[in-house]
Design a protein around this ligand. Structure first.
Ligand code: ATP
Ligand code: MG
Length: 575
């Protein structure tokens, strides 16, 4: 095994030890247990990939289970979105779609059992009093005056809770563990509370709902999960899960905690993502700027690239923040392999090729994907008036600018060499058109006399161009870690320029009829995906990722002693 083998990590070591010692009879059965209180984000993707790929690696099984214990915050919309996202990411739970709410009867029986053996009691302290009695990290808690109730009374009161005899906050069922324990989770945690809320699945059947901590471990036990993999914040809850399983004398999975994934320039907490949606900072959960899987799908990120990213960041115990450009690297890799190339002009400048016949149209053969010969070729029309990228021309070019300039010759991709002869401006001095000559002997992009040009430009025939809209995204936050400033709310760091709309851009006509979700490389520019907002009249494209890593470039520039730090648009590479 090589050190860079990210498919092996401390969890595979633990599983191998279990296999060697015969624990779980060599079985591996994992689960992904989302709470349906928001959409999945890239952090969840890591957990999904980990759980499903471990099961696959060991010939085991992985369940999808919704930990739906809090009807006040959970919705069917989230259940539907989560199942769609897990499937989109490429994983299959077969018949094993479960809900903690399927176990509400069993969990209720377990609670009754704990009361019966003297390990649970109904407490009628108010929620504030319970908090106060719980103590703190430095002070032990105090016993509730209701702690010593006899079993029969507890059974009757719990039944009364179930039957709707208490209002929310009037009574809870608590485990009787130890109010002096250093671990606050063990200070008689609440097991059941009264909630006046309809559940998406059980409707009005229940007036009481189990706490997440009471349901989670036992749900794993009921499903015969072997390795209950979760993130580090549950380490302090493990003694409690162990206590429930041990005290109830039921099957006991092994919980293993790993460090959660954090990504730079974004937030990955459902509570915060919900705020972005509710406060209108983004258009919805699937806004292409969101770190949600729905957002990334709409942004054009291929699921295979997300899986590879999750694999590459590895699994460990150390908390850290992964730089966004690492994710973008995998997106680029995958799109480079799979996305067809097309020509599109984002910021058009009209070019008239004065010596090209007025009504001639030639169809030029263009390669769809140089990385994939099976993608074939297409014919793209060329004519006398074309659009090129405004950035590809400079009237007074600096030394290192090799693209079009007065008197200079460049290649038009798949077409001809052209030379700029005249610059036409409007009365404000704005360049509105270029007049160029083409060399008919250079068809296909090479000169028979062997003369060379230093740049190849993309272009679109004006008469055939398809106008469309492009949405260019930048990071949603300006700060690498928008949560690091304890004084400021994370929303203070929202990037006001995270979306820039270009309309119209011009596309080569082969894109007519492109369908939402189709991914393309706009040559020399970036990868784009057709957005669901597209209509028969107008295509809308989302920029998925630029061709090059702009981040590194910007960082390098920032590190250099500054000459002029004018805010420039990163330049397009020569090709
Ligand atoms: P959030 O903090 O975003 O609200 P959560 O942990 O409350 O997330 P759950 O629906 O309870 O969300 O999570 C389902 C599973 O995904 C859990 O096992 C959890 O540990 C895991 N998970 C959540 N966030 C991350 C993350 N950033 N990295 C890795 N795993 C994660
Ligand atoms: Mg949670």
């Amino acid at each position: 095994m090589s050190e860079s083998d990210t498919s092996r990590h401390f969890i595979t070591d633990i599983i191998d030890e279990h296999a060697a010692s015969g624990r779980f009879d060599g079985r591996v059965h994992t689960r992904f247990p989302p709470e349906p209180n928001g959409y999945l984000h890239i952090g969840h993707a890591k957990s999904i990939c980990l759980n499903f790929s471990l099961a696959e690696r060991y010939g085991g099984l992985c369940n999808l289970r919704f930990d739906d214990t809090n009807p006040a915050k959970e919705e069917q919309e989230y259940i539907d979105a989560i199942t769609e996202d897990v499937r989109w990411l490429g994983f299959d739970w077969g018949e094993r779609l479960y809900f903690a709410s399927d176990y509400f009867d069993q969990l209720y029986d377990m609670a009754v059992e704990l009361i019966r053996i003297g390990r649970a009691y109904v407490d009628e302290l108010s929620p504030e009093q319970i908090r106060e009695y719980r103590g703190s990290l430095t002070e032990p808690g105090r016993d509730s005056p209701y702690r010593q109730r006899p079993v029969e009374e507890n059974l009757a009161l719990f039944e009364k809770m179930r039957a709707g005899g208490f209002k929310p906050g009037e009574a809870v069922l608590r485990a009787k563990i130890d109010m002096a324990q250093g671990n606050i989770n063990m200070r008689d945690p609440v097991m059941y509370r009264v909630l006046d809320a309809a559940h998406p699945r059980t409707g009005d059947k229940w007036k009481i709902y189990p706490m997440y901590d009471f349901a989670h471990g036992q749900s794993d036990s009921i499903e015969g999960i072997t390795h209950s993999i979760c993130t580090l914040e549950y380490e302090d809850h493990r003694p409690l899960y162990d206590w429930y399983l041990h005290t109830l004398e039921i099957y006991h999975p092994q919980q293993i905690e790993f460090a959660r994934l954090n990504l730079s320039h974004t937030v990955l907490s459902k509570r915060k993502l919900i705020r972005l949606v509710a406060e209108g900072a983004v258009a919805g959960w699937d806004d292409p700027r969101m770190p949600t899987l729905a957002g990334m799908r709409r942004r054009g990120y291929p699921p295979a690239a997300i899986r590879e990213f999750c694999e590459a960041v590895g699994v460990g115990k150390v908390k850290g923040v992964v730089a966004l450009h690492k994710l973008e690297y995998h997106i680029r890799q995958e799109l480079n392999r799979t996305a067809n190339r097309v020509m599109a002009v984002l910021n058009p400048l009209k070019v008239v090729i004065s010596n090209y016949p007025e009504d001639q149209v030639e169809y030029m053969e263009a390669v769809n994907n140089p990385e994939d010969a099976s993608a074939g070729t297409r014919q793209t029309p060329f004519s006398r008036v074309i659009y090129i990228e405004r950035d590809d021309f400079m009237e007074a070019p600096p030394r290192k600018f090799f693209r079009l300039a007065p008197g200079r010759e460049v290649r038009l991709r798949y077409a001809y060499f052209i030379t700029c002869e005249e610059v036409i401006k409007d009365e404000d001095g704005e360049i509105v058109e270029l007049r160029c000559r083409y060399d008919p002997a250079t068809r296909g992009g090479a000169a028979p006399d062997g003369r060379r040009v230093k740049a190849t430009l993309h272009w679109v025939s004006a008469a055939h161009a398809l106008p469309a809209e492009a949405r260019l995204y930048d990071t949603l936050f300006t700060e690498e870690n928008p949560e690091s400033d304890s004084d400021a709310d994370f929303t203070a760091f929202i990037n006001p320029d995270s979306l820039r709309v270009l309309d119209p851009i011009y596309l080569e006509p082969s894109l007519s009829g492109a369908q939402p979700g189709e991914r393309y490389q706009f040559e020399r520019l970036a990868y784009f995906v057709v957005d669901a907002d597209s209509s028969a009249e107008k295509l809308v494209f989302n920029r998925s990722v630029t061709l090059r890593d702009q981040w590194r470039k910007l960082q390098k520039r920032a590190a250099k002693p500054r000459k002029s730090r004018k805010k420039r648009r990163p330049s397009v590479k020569e090709s």
